[in-house]
Design a protein around this ligand. Structure first.
Ligand code: ATP
Length: 893
């Protein structure tokens, strides 16, 4: 018998599972051994060996190897072996860099892997979907992606979109009844849910019957290898730049070779020097270093609680000029506590904090017993009946399982001594229409023991005002006249002005023959009962984060489903609304505006209140039309289009649905606004660090080429031999450049305006810095070489050693200059210990090459006399300090 034909009891038996406790973790462990992880097999990756070989497929490296081979055949064994060794070391480094980049990308994927809520050892817990096994009981609700193939065992208004499997784009309604026949098409299996499909409405519980490749999705898994690009715009731009640089480097190298030969150098000698120079000057490692810098940055961001799902977002983060943030849970703590209850002409206060169900009710200063007050009793029990949340007590602490708004209502009712379990003994919930942010209401149909049914609705008070026709006023039912409505409105506003979130409750009795088939039928012609007002304190760190964003030229906009006045009160507390005004717009007003009209005013708007998720898209579009780079947060299914359309879509790690997460490029692990600020800071830093090492590498390369070119133009001997050039490329350009990728941000990083997204890598004077510093490094090296060479023209090898030392040292000093956009004096050189370590190691390696006799013949070096170090140090300091000095004098003027 197939799963869909079985009765639920038989499903439980066949899977050897327990409806109440689920599987034990031990049993789950065993089943993983047996069935494997719940994952689809991926396409095979190229082997490590192939990745290693790929390091040598670069054209110039091949030419160098060929040239080396020739020189080897001509008897220059030592040179040949040394060059090959360096090429191999370079390849190994490239290989590890690439591996590291790939590993961190894999780790990223792992982090953003989907999670599910499963029943294990009698408790609902979040586990990675990968760990699901047959027999696991899972629950899911609107916005979740189904983690494995399930037989549904309970369903509330459940609809699932299965287009990936069936091609049917209309979501399928689901239920639990067995279906007869063993040959039923996937689309008709209404009591099953399949891995990878999407819950679009309602909620349900299911039992896992198939995992991994043994799911309907597994059978078509090959079609689903998603090939989403992880390449960032900067990486693409650098690839193009790389191509230009190759051409430039080659042309210059050819020039060096031609001029050298014309000035009497041997062709063979010049050829090897030229090829080495080309290999050194072409920044072939740039893309890999950029990937490593990006992924290291991503690792740092994870530590700060933000997970990057799409690598390009790291760059875009640095350009963000507006953050549109949800209020509840992101700007505020989402820890709700009812503090006020209103009905008729009366307001009661409620004491107590958080979800601890201990507290008192007060009428003015006078304590009241809520159970003896009919109105209070009604408001509290309605809040309890129309409620899916539960409070769980553990070690004397109360934890909320469910929505915080509902948790607050539950806690308030419990403070009066009402208990859900007790209430559900007298009343049965026969139908439930879950809350959604567009209706802003939730309703249930309740039946009492006598068979009488009634509807209870709770939701946004202004919405309930419009769907209520009567009101309970001082325990009497009255027509909901304008006069009463105005009074209720006034009460809502008074609560909202205190930054309270308000929920209204209403009900209606049903006639015996009256059927409720939809939320629309349930939520009309109601009797309005009263309000509960709850605090949701701002997160303590948010006010500072908003300010920091403002200093960084980033505007914070609050978007909320909450009441306009509540939103405004909190926006004022957090200083999102500027003291000199700033507009607040509500949903209905927004609805009326076209994108163009909104565009006109959007720069003045700081709060959008009572909006539906659908409105967010309009806001994103208007802001983008104004030229903004927009970060937009969201958590629900309906938020997904706006998250996708935003330049940086942000979803919530805790409350976010799978749909929102999948649409987003950044996930906030802690749902916290302050985390967005940290991510932006990190995004800016990563970009600046990339600029730093591009600046360093290219200036170094320019220096290397120019020293050779000028020497040839002046008819001098080669100032550097090929192996020295390759050594510089490997050691000096390698370690310090990597260390720059790990550099700390400059002090004013979050005081600068956001970067323009179209800004080129060489913007803000970087191009000039590369050329000017490179030029000076070349000139200084050449000058040191010439002085020593003319002092003793017979000792060329000594002059070359001096040139080698000057070039290396000049670069090792210059690297510190690259840490600042302004001047080397702006920064403490000991801040970045990686860099200190890299520079010291490069320096020591240089000393070994110069002073360690066994390697001297390999590197064509001789020991430098102590007095000549003055010369080396002096000339190598010139390129950095000459310009830094001139900058200082300019500044002091
Ligand atoms: P944000 O968009 O900042 O997260 P929000 O959470 O207040 O704001 P919604 O969740 O869309 O936005 O809620 C809108 C309104 O609906 C609330 O102000 C409240 O009055 C009402 N509401 C919220 N949750 C529920 C619920 N579970 N049941 C009934 N009504 C609710």
């Amino acid at each position: 018998m197939k799963w869909h034909e079985m009765r639920l009891e038989d499903v439980m038996k066949s899977t050897n599972s327990d409806r109440e406790a689920g599987l034990s973790s031990k049993e789950a462990e065993k089943r993983i051994q047996k069935h494997g992880y719940n994952e689809l097999q991926e396409a095979e990756k190229p082997s490590a060996f192939l990745v290693f070989l790929a390091q040598f497929k670069d054209f110039m490296v091949l030419v160098l190897l060929a040239a080396t081979l020739v020189s080897g055949l001509l008897g220059e064994y030592i040179d040949a072996i040394a060059i090959i060794a360096i090429v191999i070391i370079n390849g190994v480094l490239g290989f590890f860099q690439e591996r590291k980049a790939e590993k961190s990308l894999d780790a990223l994927k792992e982090l953003s892997a989907p999670q599910v809520i499963a029943l294990r050892d009698g408790e609902w817990m979040k586990i990675p979907s990968k760990q699901l096994v047959p027999g696991d009981i899972v629950k899911f609700s609107s916005g979740d992606r189904i983690g494995a193939d399930l037989r549904i065992i309970s369903a509330k208004s459940l609809e699932i979109e299965e287009s990936a499997l069936t091609g049917e784009s209309v979501p399928a309604e689901k239920e639990t009844k067995p279906i007869a026949g063993d040959n039923v098409g996937l689309g008709d299996l209404t009591n099953m849910a399949f891995m990878g499909t999407l819950v679009t409405r309602g909620s349900g519980v299911g039992i896992v019957i198939g995992t991994g490749m043994k799911t309907a999705m597994g059978q078509i898994a090959d079609l689903l290898q998603n090939a989403e690009t992880m390449e960032t715009p900067l990486q693409r731009r650098l690839e193009q730049l790389g191509k230009i640089l190759i051409v430039v480097a080659l042309l210059l190298t050819v020039l060096v070779v031609v001029v050298g030969v014309l000035n009497g150098h041997e062709l063979y000698e010049m050829f090897l020097a030229g090829v080495s120079l080309a290999v050194a000057a072409i920044p072939e490692g740039l893309p890999a270093i950029v990937t490593v810098a990006l992924s290291l940055g991503v690792q740092r961001m994870i530590k700060q609680k933000s997970i990057v799902r799409k690598l390009p977002a790291v760059e875009t983060l640095g350009c963000a000029s507006v953050i549109c943030s949800d209020k509840t849970g992101t700007l505020t703590q989402n820890k709700m506590t009812v503090t006020h209850i209103w009905s008729g002409e009366k307001t009661w206060q409620v004491s107590g904090t958080g979800y601890d169900p201990h507290g008192e009710f007060f009428d003015e200063e006078r304590k009241v017993d809520a159970r003896n007050n009919k109105t209070l009793q009604q408001i509290l029990t309605f809040g309890l009946l129309c409620n899916s949340a539960n409070l769980v007590e553990k070690d004397g602490n109360f934890h909320l399982d469910g929505d915080p708004t509902e948790g607050a209502l539950l806690t308030a009712a419990m403070k009066a001594g009402f208990r859900k379990e007790a209430l559900l003994k007298s009343f049965t919930i026969v139908e439930e229409f879950p809350f959604d942010s567009t209706r802003k209401m939730m309703s249930v149909v309740v039946q009492d023991k006598a068979g009488k049914r009634f509807v209870v609705v709770k939701g946004a008070p202004d919405v309930l005002l419009t769907v209520s026709t009567e009101v309970l006023w001082k325990e009497r039912k009255e027509g909901f006249s304008q006069q009463y409505k105005d009074k209720a409105k006034k009460a809502i506003e008074t609560l909202a002005e205190q930054a309270l979130r308000t929920i209204a409750v209403a009900f209606k009795p049903l006639k015996d023959n009256e059927n409720i088939r939809s939320s629309f039928e349930a939520e009309r012609d109601l009797i309005f009962v009263g309000l509960q007002g709850m605090i949701d304190p701002p997160r303590p760190e948010v006010a500072l984060a908003v300010k920091e964003c403002k200093d960084a030229g980033i505007k914070t906009v609050m978007i909320t489903g909450d009441h306009v006045i509540t939103a405004e009160a909190i926006a004022k507390q957090l200083k999102i609304l500027p003291s000199n005004g700033g507009r607040v717009i509500d949903g209905p007003t927004l609805q009326e505006l076209s994108v163009e009209e909104l565009e006109e005013i959007v720069d003045d708007v700081y709060v959008f209140a009572r909006v539906s998720p659908e409105h967010k898209l309009k806001i994103v579009k208007a802001l983008q039309k104004r030229g903004h780079i927009v970060a937009m947060t969201g958590d629900g299914v309906n938020d997904a289009p706006a998250i996708k359309a935003a330049d940086i879509g942000i979803s919530m790690g805790i409350t976010g649905t799978d749909v929102a997460k999948e649409a987003s490029s950044l996930v906030l692990v802690d749902d916290n606004f302050a985390t967005i600020k940290s991510a932006i800071k990190e995004g800016r830093n990563i970009y600046e660090n990339i600029r730093k090492f591009i600046r360093y590498l290219l200036a170094s390369n320019v220096g290397e080429i120019l020293v050779m070119l000028f020497a040839m133009l002046l008819g001098l001997p080669l100032p550097l031999v090929p192996i020295q050039i390759l050594w510089v490329n490997l050691v000096t350009d390698g370690l310090p450049a990597m260390a720059l990728g790990l550099d700390q941000p400059e002090g004013d990083l979050m005081k600068r305006k956001p970067r323009h997204p179209k800004e080129g890598v060489f913007a803000r004077g970087l191009g000039w810095k590369v050329v000017s510093r490179g030029f000076l490094i070349g000139i200084a090296t050449l000058a040191a070489f010439m002085i020593v060479y003319y002092r003793d023209p017979n000792n060329l090898i000594y002059a070359q050693t001096i040139a080698f030392a000057t070039l290396v040292l000049a670069q090792l000093i210059h690297v510190f200059d690259c840490r600042s956009e302004k001047s080397i004096f702006e920064r403490n050189p000991f801040e970045n210990m990686y860099l200190i370590f890299a520079v010291i190691s490069s320096f020591l390696l240089m000393l070994i090459v110069i002073y360690f006799e066994p390697v001297q013949p390999i590197f064509h070096t001789v020991a430098i006399e102590p007095r000549d170090w003055l010369l080396v140090v002096g000339f190598s300091a010139i390129p950095t300090f000459l310009l830094a000095g001139s900058l200082l004098t300019r500044k002091s003027k």
